[in-house]
Design a protein around this ligand. Structure first.
Ligand code: AMP
Length: 450
């Protein structure tokens, strides 16, 4: 099937051609015709499947008719993190270049005043994180009476981050007669409930998890003693065939320390974590995209959904606490048909977390012998991370707090292995939305797409 068979406009087909895509991905093939027919949609798919274009493309054609009014966006896309919101904005710029649409990005880390100015002119597409949007509601700066198209992206991630009450509040402020699209990698009961409440007779489309299906990713576990992790990491980064890597660590402090240590060892390295202001994160990400640096040390939240072509390696410096995060992390490589390598450094302490990942992905990850001898030695007692059981449910974080609490674990309960116990203190979430940004605005803050 070609894009031309999906019923998209000639302008859009031209923009798709310019981006070099020849065939729709399975989620695009299934979702685009239904969205163009104004149907509600539940898309069970995660990043890496082409799901962003699956809603951006038909939205551009739907919004191509009609005009925006001051302070009344015509469509709203909710994203759990700033990075994902910025990437969706990039997609609108890329595919909407032959259309005359305007958009605004409402995310934390960008000065509120500039965002309000963009909105006051009237926009066709508003892309927002729930926290910042709720802030604007409370100041009476925005009306959603004209917003006839709502996209809730990464719904299960929203659940983890405690955003579901905000989403319910936002959805109830939109006109009842509207089109709603919900995307989620998994459908735990709270997301099913959300879909039942806010979608009308939706079409459900589902595509395979890219990581479990992605044979282009060579997955390996290197068993290592925790005091040898940095040595092993340096070996990986110097090995033959290495081009560039995103290195994931579970804690912000580890991201910072690793960054410093790799820099000292002479690597062209950058870092990205939730404590950094948005301009700094974007700058680091751009340096990595432009090959100015070859190693990017990242935390899960900051790196969620990052889309860079040609990443040769993903290294899990720490085994992720949640098996889902493993799938998201390794999905940063092996994209768009390319080959990739995903290496996980695992200590004895990680056996349970590794077992859960293998249960979720349904495959045994090969162990390499490289550092196996290191595991023979007894782990020094002081290396063992403190394990603090997590409560089953945590109160929703308050808007405006500088640092949010850690993700809610609810979705792990559904048809999933029990969540791995993890330290409470260091797990990070997006910082609150009120951070200031005094530098120049990003190009996508409010742009004409013509
Ligand atoms: P997403 O799942 O939206 O994060 O997209 C994953 C990657 O697939 C991004 O790099 C997209 O640019 C790319 N992509 C989207 N649609 C297509 C397509 N039809 N053919 C090839 N790559 C695509």
């Amino acid at each position: 099937m070609s894009f031309a068979d999906l019923g998209l406009s000639d302008e859009l087909l031209r923009a798709i051609g310019d981006s070099g895509y020849t065939e729709p991905t399975p989620i695009q093939e299934k979702a685009i015709p239904a969205v163009l027919m104004n149907k509600d949609l539940v898309g069970i798919a995660q990043t890496g499947t082409g799901k962003t274009a699956a809603f951006v493309l038909p939205m551009i054609d739907i919004l191509g008719h009609g005009r925006s009014r001051a302070r009344m966006p015509r469509s709203l896309i909710l994203e759990p993190t700033r990075e994902l919101a910025a990437q969706v904005a990039d997609n609108f710029e890329k595919y909407g270049k032959y259309h005359k649409l305007s958009m605004a990005l409402l995310i934390g880390g960008v000065q509120m005043g500039d965002q309000v100015k963009a909105l006051e002119k009237g926009v066709d597409v508003l892309i927002a994180t729930p926290g910042r949007l709720m802030d604007l509601f409370s100041r009476g700066k925005i009306m959603l009476n004209d917003c006839n198209l709502l996209v809730i992206d990464e719904a299960d991630r929203m659940l983890d981050m405690g955003f579901i009450p905000d989403i319910e509040e936002i959805a109830s402020r939109l006109p009842k007669q509207r089109q709603t699209l919900l995307f989620s990698a998994t459908m735990p009961p709270p997301i099913q409930k959300l879909a039942a409440k806010f979608l009308t007779d939706p079409k459900t489309v589902e595509v395979a998890r890219p990581a479990t299906a992605n044979i282009n990713i060579d997955q390996q576990i290197i068993e290592v003693r925790s005091d040898k992790k940095r040595d092993v990491l340096r070996d990986v980064l110097r090995a033959e065939g290495f081009k560039n890597a995103i290195i994931f660590a579970n804690r912000k402090t580890t991201v910072r320390d690793l960054y410093t240590s790799l820099k000292r060892s002479g690597f062209a390295v950058g870092q990205i974590h939730g404590d950094m202001e948005q301009p700094a994160r974007i700058a680091e990400f751009d340096r990595f995209k432009n090959d100015e640096i070859t190693v990017l040390v990242a935390s899960d939240v900051a790196a969620r959904g990052l889309d860079v072509k040609g990443v040769s390696h993903v290294v899990n410096f720490d085994v992720p606490w949640q098996p889902d995060d493993y799938i998201h992390r390794i999905g940063r490589t092996g994209r768009a048909g390319a080959k990739g390598t995903a290496i996980t450094l695992a200590t004895r302490e990680d056996a349970e977390a590794v077992a859960q990942i293998e249960k979720l992905t349904g495959m045994k990850i090969p162990r390499t012998g490289q550092a196996a001898s290191a595991t023979e030695a007894v782990e020094p007692a002081e290396e063992k991370p403190a394990r603090v059981p997590r409560p089953a449910r945590q109160p929703k974080p308050k808007h405006g707090s500088r640092e949010r609490e850690q993700p809610q674990p609810e979705r792990a309960a559904e048809a999933r292995p029990a969540p791995v116990q993890q330290p409470l203190v260091e797990r990070e979430l997006e910082p609150a939305d009120e951070g200031g940004w005094n530098g120049p605005l990003p190009s996508f803050l409010s742009v004409g797409l013509s």
